[in-house]
Design a protein around this ligand. Structure first.
Ligand code: APR
Ligand code: PHB
Length: 390
């Protein structure tokens, strides 16, 4: 049996950022990832960073490429009533901005940094299992091809996403789940075309649409679609026709179409599992919570969890367990802020199959209030750019 301080399960953004921060503080750790490195890198995920995320990455020495290639922006645009666009300028309202920089890039940056510091990352670790989490010496077993390996440790960080094993290692009797599944998904495409220069969400009678970007020659677009559809139902032609139909003519005219290089249909879900700590196991990121992509919070929450968790583990190593004992409550306060905001944005912008005339009017009124009230826009802006860290 080998020994380390912290075993991190999952080499997604949460696990790799945690490993980076622990290594920087001299805390020995091993990362176990079920997939290959290439598989993790090929996943296409969201791309809007809160400024707190930008600063966390910079402070960790991970900001160079983000600062060179990311696109700073400060306006959230919402198209509604067919032709109108309401703009929420976060810089004007709060003096704060966001950064468009794809999660795929962040994952590449994290792996490059891990190579440079010779981090201990085991890919294709099968059958990861957590043991003795309620003792002061847990261990983790896995199969790396040559039989079962066991690593003893002081703490386990469950950063293994929604389908991981960590959350399920907490007894049912201790765990409470909160869940809302939305009756639609997002069909997303990537295209090597110049993006619309603005981030544009659209509330339209045909359904929600979103125009986003990755870089000056890479666009990311989404349309709301039933989860009963399959990607094969959506030719590029059908996608572009539907996207353009959901945008105001003035914006639709500016869209440059082209062949898609990636296309996927993702479900929308809000989910929280409490608590985020059990014994010596600490959950971070998608392992503990899922938000619908509407508020662009998934990656940002993974980063804030890890920020709290790294601080807690480092303080504990120096003899102070205050942050460790407060981790679950502190992380959940921020998680619920983002969960509520993402749920609200989702309700604001989509057409629900069972939407009544009353619901429809209430949704229009909410948009109308945003258009007419600076206080309402300020509230949206404050949550979109990210609530402060504790
Ligand atoms: N053993 C080892 N690794 C596992 C296991 C397991 N049993 N189960 C899952 N994993 C790995 C996955 O293969 C994945 O690489 O854990 C990793 C989890 O990564 P993500 O799913 O990306 O989750 P996280 O790191 O929390 O990232 C935050 O929020 O909204 C999203 O897009 C955002 O993916 C981002 C996420
Ligand atoms: C994206 O760029 O992929 C993106 C942007 C904003 C969102 C969701 C996804 O709310």
């Amino acid at each position: 049996m080998t020994e380390t301080e912290v075993v991190i399960v999952g080499a997604g953004p949460a696990g790799m950022l945690l490993s980076h921060l622990l290594d920087a503080a001299g805390l020995d750790n091993v990362v176990l990832e079920r997939q290959t490195r290439q598989y993790v890198l090929d996943r296409i995920r969201a791309g809007v960073l809160e400024w707190g995320t930008v600063e966390t990455l910079r402070e960790a020495g991970l900001g160079a490429r983000m600062d060179a290639e990311g696109h700073v922006h400060d306006t959230i645009n919402i198209a509604w009533r067919g032709e109108d666009v309401l703009s929420v300028d976060t810089n004007e309202l709060l003096g704060r901005q966001m950064m468009a920089y794809g999660q795929t890039r962040i994952q590449e940056d994290l792996y490059a940094a891990a190579d440079a510091r010779r981090a201990q990352v085991v890919f294709e670790a099968a059958d990861v299992a957590l043991h003795d989490l309620d003792t002061d010496h847990p261990s983790v077993t896995y199969d790396a091809g040559g039989g079962t390996e066991r690593i003893g440790c002081a703490f386990v960080a469950g950063c293994d996403g929604f389908h991981g094993v960590s959350r399920l290692s907490i007894p049912d009797s201790v765990r409470t789940e909160f869940e809302k599944v939305y009756p639609f998904g997002w069909l997303g495409i990537l295209a090597e075309t110049p993006p619309l220069p603005i981030l544009l969400y659209a509330n339209h009678e045909r359904g929600f649409a979103l125009c986003s970007m990755r870089n000056p020659m890479l666009s990311r677009y989404y349309v709301q679609a039933p989860m009963t559809d399959s990607v094969d139902d959506w030719s590029d032609d059908r996608f572009w026709t539907e996207l353009l139909a959901r945008l105001p003519a003035g914006q639709a005219d500016r869209i440059v179409t082209g062949p898609s290089i990636e296309k996927s249909l993702a479900p929308l879900r809000s989910y929280v599992s409490e608590p985020m700590r059990w014994g010596r196991l600490f959950l971070a990121g998608d392992a503990a919570h899922i938000v619908p992509p509407t508020g662009a919070k998934g990656l940002n929450l993974a980063v804030s969890d890890v920020r709290y968790l790294a601080r807690a583990l480092i303080a504990s190593d120096a003899g102070d367990d205050t942050y460790l004992d407060g981790y679950s409550d502190m992380a959940l306060r921020r998680v619920w802020g983002a969960v509520r905001f993402s749920w609200w944005m989702t309700n604001l912008l989509h057409r629900f199959p069972d939407q009544t005339a009353f619901d429809q009017r209430a949704q229009e009124q909410e948009l109308s209030y945003l258009a007419s009230s600076e206080s309402a826009r300020r509230s949206l802006a404050e949550q979109y750019v990210g609530l402060p860290y504790e």
